[in-house]
Design a protein around this ligand. Structure first.
Ligand code: CA
Length: 234
């Protein structure tokens, strides 16, 4: 699973990006400032950095230059203001790999990201074949939204699938119920409440766990919420 660092100070835009990329099967981190971006880049070594030019502290150009100066070679996709030719040229000169001009479509953004990942990490990177996650006797096909267990398709509701996909996209990372509601129902929605999350999680465990009362994959993190515990980390 590819990790993408989203560097964008406009909160609404950032949330939309994080949501869309997570839906695409990426593990996504978000930085709202340039300094934070540099910290996260060194801590998590993302496969790709999605970098806004206009940031509140240091500019996206500075972030780009400093990432390259520190030896980081992952693809950097700059988000530039409309028609700003100087921005485009400067970004590429400072070591960015590509840019998209705001406002961009998510479709365009996804195709640029896939292209950069493919170029950097090989032909299969980010392709549907790589978007299968297997753990234990369970196989999750992120592209076709199908879950198979012991060779049999598991009948999940769309919400259960989104909940599972979100947890699996971030192995070992605990999410509280509010974060899961946000991930599943979208940022504008107030459909879910924390009890709803518990209900869906119970159903998921009944469908996927050998012992739903003592789950192996979808575990409770006391005082926080839930996480996906990948193979080898139990
Ligand atoms: Ca900005």
């Amino acid at each position: 699973m590819h990790r993408i660092l989203v560097v964008e100070d406009e909160r609404a835009v950032a949330r939309g990006l994080v949501y869309a990329l997570t839906q695409e099967g990426f593990a996504v981190e978000w930085a709202a400032t340039g300094e934070r971006a540099l910290t996260l880049a060194s801590e998590h070594d993302p496969h790709l950095v999605l970098l806004d030019v206009r940031l509140p502290d240091i500019s996206g150009f500075d972030v780009c230059r400093r990432l390259r100066a520190s030896g980081r070679r992952q693809p950097i996709l700059m988000l530039t203001a409309r028609d700003d030719e100087v921005d485009k040229v400067l970004g590429l000169e400072l070591g960015a790999d590509d840019y998209v001009v705001k406002p961009y479509s998510l479709r365009e953004l996804h195709s640029r990201i896939r292209a950069l990942l493919r170029r950097a990490y090989g032909e299969l990177a980010g392709e549907p074949a790589a978007r299968r996650v297997v753990f234990g006797d369970i196989e999750l096909d992120l592209e076709r939204m199908v879950v198979v267990r012991r060779g049999q398709a598991v009948d999940l509701t769309p919400i259960e699938f989104r909940l599972l996909r979100h947890l699996v996209a971030h192995p070992d990372r605990p999410f509280d119920r509010d974060a899961l509601i946000e991930a599943i129902w979208g940022y504008e929605s107030d459909v879910g409440n924390s009890r709803t999350v518990d209900v869906h999680m119970r159903h998921l465990r009944q469908k996927l766990e050998d012992d739903p009362a003592d789950p192996r994959w979808l575990v409770t993190v006391r005082g926080v919420g839930y996480k996906f515990q990948p193979p080898g980390s139990a």
